[in-house]
Design a protein around this ligand. Structure first.
Ligand SMILES: CC(C)(COP(=O)(O)OP(=O)(O)OC[C@H]1O[C@@H](n2cnc3c(N)ncnc32)[C@H](O)[C@@H]1OP(=O)(O)O)[C@@H](O)C(=O)NCCC(=O)NCCS
Length: 151
């Protein structure tokens, strides 16, 4: 891969590609219906889509605005052929910069257990156990103070 771009999907084509990748990575492998991809927080979220040089959707992420001070990272998904290349890290940094622009001070998220290490590498700390998704994917609640200091 030679280049990539990060956009905030706007056109119906971009939004379709964004939701399709979210579905394929985060829902389809567990036989969940397409309708399960969208949740109650879509309208209060900034959506992020990464495309490769051919315009193919390769990563997604999202900053959900929970309050004047708190954001939530959701829908982090990298196409399976592109994992471990630093793309998820780029999407996460984009989200954190957006949160800072909006003067949010703290980010929370519910991490799938296999992704906990990824978030730890970016300075997130596990603070509690969270829910079990589809009866098989344990989640851990994690948080990060965007401007340093204790959480
Ligand atoms: C988790 C995910 C978003 C990370 O994106 P990525 O592009 O693969 O991650 P990066 O290449 O930016 O990795 C950054 C670091 O995290 C580590 N890492 C990434 N995914 C990991 C995983 N599943 N388990 C352990 N470590 C992981 C990488 O090894 C790398 O560390 P290194 O620099 O020491 O090698 C991506 O793997 C993914 O979409 N996974 C499936 C869906 C998922 O679980 N999403 C998260 C829901 S909470």
């Amino acid at each position: 891969m030679t280049s990539f771009s990060i956009i905030e999907p706007d056109s119906s084509e971009e939004l379709d590609a964004y939701y399709q990748l979210r579905f394929e990575v985060l829902r389809k492998p567990w036989n969940q219906p397409q309708s399960s991809t969208r949740d109650e927080g879509e309208e209060r979220s900034i959506h992020i889509l990464m495309k490769d040089e051919n315009g193919m959707a390769i990563a997604t992420g999202r900053l959900q605005i929970n309050s004047d001070s708190e954001g939530q990272v959701r829908s982090m998904a990298v196409h399976e052929n592109f994992r471990g290349l630093g793309l998820g890290s780029k999407v996460l940094r984009y989200i954190e910069n957006k949160a800072k622009e909006k003067n949010l001070t703290k980010i929370i998220l519910d991490a799938r257990e296999p992704a906990v290490h990824f978030y730890e590498k970016h300075g997130y700390k596990v603070i509690a156990e969270s829910y079990m998704l589809f009866g098989v994917i344990p989640h851990l609640k994690m948080t990060k103070n965007l401007f340093g200091g204790t959480i």
